[in-house]
Each structure stands twice: as structure tokens, then as C-alpha cells.
Ligand binder design. Structure first.
Ligand code: 2AM
Ligand code: CA
Length: 262
């Protein structure tokens, strides 16, 4: 295995253990509000600490961008982008859809990715040019050629108001066209499921880089395509992402762009 993935996998599994250990005692976990519908718990922080400690132990010269502790280290060309608990809202309700997400960037380009689903014990990994895997099996996006044969996932806009009208216009356009829409609440897992062919496409706006950096490489290495809403590769900066099988991606992007123009 790619050496970066070996360490990142170890870090993700340690964080997964922290998360699972705390799941039976949710009612005793204090939830803090960072912003509107934006929560953090001691579990997010502890999981992040074990990840950063593990990665920094192996790569003391690398930089970090982590959801709870922000930017640290002078990384030169290497930077780890970490979401210790993607789907915190689900976690605090005990809703079984959350993940650990770890990506490694080299000069801003995503080089390696790990998404761990601790409840299903599924670990999704990818290294650039080396393919995407779930546990030991190589992944390939689904064969869906059209929206009409697709199951598409999305996430609701977080900042109330800002993206809501645009989002509703998109739902209105897509719901009658595809098999159905899903909203499970952990972007990293949604993207991992596009990579594994369990979803055919996904879009969301207002995301942070740590929500999607690892998922993005999984999708690409599984043969899918992804972009920002304007079709560029700038999604980590703009926070809007659309992805899917090559064909579904293209059709989804067209619907998104038409809904925005309309
Ligand atoms: P989180 O649980 O790590 O915050 C679901 O729509 C996705 O959006 C999840 O990946 C979730 O990640 C993220 N998310 C939740 N609240 C958010 C907020 N206020 N701003 C940006 N992303 C958010
Ligand atoms: Ca998080």
C-alpha cells in the first residue's frame, strides 16, 4: 500500500475507535454550537487529536488543515486536510451515517484519500493514479448513463436562506427526472458511495474543503468526474461540488447550470 495511505488508514481507524466508543454514551456528550446548525463535541476534538498526532508523528514536516483546530504546521508542499467526524449532526442524534475523512494534498492537488465508515467497517482509500478501493476491493463508479436511471444524493444548504432558493429550484428540476434523491448528511460518505457505484451522482453547496477533499479523489480514481458548479476544478475553494459517473455528472451539471440561469 502507498505509505501515506498506510499512516492515514491507521489515523482514521484510531479516530473511528474514539467515535464508536462514545456512541453508546451520547446523552452524556456536551454539544457546542459553532454557528447556525453547526455543532461540535468533545468527540470531534478527541478524534481530530488522534489523527493529527498520528500523522504529525510520521510526517512532522507536513502541514495541516483540520476542521476543529484549523491550519497548523508549515507544510511546504504537503498538507493534510482532515474532518475527524463528518456528519456531526447525525452523530449527536445517533443517526447511523457519519465518517472520518482524511486527504493529503501536494502543492494543493489531492494525492491520497481515506474515508472511514466506522459503523459499517468500510474503509475507502485512493492514491492518485493508483485507483480507489473499499477495504481490499477496487472501486468503479456505476454504469448509469442517464439521470433517469440514477439515484442522486445531495445535502441541504447550511446557511439558512443563502442557497435555499437555488437548492429548491434544483430539487424541482431533478426529482421528476431521476429514480430518487437522498440526503443522508455526511458529504464524505456520499462521495465515497458515488465512487463505489452505490450512488450515481451527488451535488452540494456551501461545503468546507475537509468535507470533500478525500471524497473527491475517491470519485476521480473510481472513474467518476467532478467539478464546481461552473464546471471548473475550483470546488475546494468555492464549496460547491457536483460529481457522478461521467455521463450523470455532465447531465447533473447541465441541470444545475440551467436552474441557476433560470
Ligand atoms: P460536518 O458534519 O463535518 O459539519 C452535510 O450536508 C455535510 O455538510 C456534512 O459533510 C457536514 O459536515 C457539512 N456541514 C454541516 N454543517 C455545516 C456548516 N454549517 N457549514 C458547512 N458544512 C457543514
Ligand atoms: Ca466534521
Amino acid at each position: 500500500m502507498n505509505p501515506y495511505l498506510t499512516i492515514a488508514t491507521r489515523a482514521a481507524r484510531l479516530a473511528g475507535r474514539v467515535i464508536l466508543r462514545n456512541l453508546p454514551r451520547l446523552e452524556r456528550i456536551k454539544v457546542e454550537r459553532k454557528g447556525h446548525n453547526d455543532f461540535v463535541t468533545a468527540v470531534d476534538r478527541e478524534a481530530e487529536r488522534v489523527i493529527v498526532d498520528t500523522l504529525a508523528g510520521a510526517y512532522p514536516q507536513h502541514g495541516f488543515l483540520a476542521e476543529e483546530s484549523g491550519a497548523s504546521g508549515d507544510g511546504g508542499e504537503w498538507r493534510w486536510v482532515i474532518d475527524p467526524l463528518d456528519g456531526t449532526t447525525n452523530f449527536i442524534h445517533g443517526y447511523p451515517q457519519f465518517a472520518v475523512s482524511i486527504a493529503l494534498q501536494r502543492r494543493g492537488k489531492i494525492a491520497a484519500a481515506v474515508v472511514l465508515d466506522p459503523l459499517r467497517d468500510e474503509i475507502f482509500t485512493a492514491a492518485r493514479g493508483e485507483g480507489a478501493y473499499r477495504n481490499d476491493r477496487r472501486l468503479r463508479v456505476s454504469r448509469a448513463l442517464t439521470l433517469e436511471q440514477s439515484l442522486i444524493a445531495t445535502g441541504f444548504p447550511h446557511s439558512a436562506g443563502a442557497h435555499l432558493e437555488e437548492f429548491l429550484a434544483l430539487m424541482r428540476a431533478l426529482l421528476p427526472r431521476c429514480h430518487s434523491l437522498r440526503r443522508a448528511g455526511a458529504a464524505a460518505l456520499d462521495m465515497a458511495h458515488v465512487a463505489s457505484g452505490q450512488l450515481d451522482g451527488f451535488w452540494e453547496m456551501g461545503l468546507q474543503p475537509w468535507d470533500m477533499a478525500a471524497g473527491a479523489l475517491l470519485v476521480e480514481e473510481a472513474g467518476g468526474r467532478l467539478a464546481d458548479f461552473d464546471g471548473s476544478e475550483n470546488f475546494l475553494n468555492t464549496g460547491s461540488v457536483v460529481c457522478g459517473t461521467p455521463e450523470v455528472f455532465q447531465q447533473l451539471l447541465t441541470v444545475i447550470q440551467n436552474a441557476r440561469d433560470g
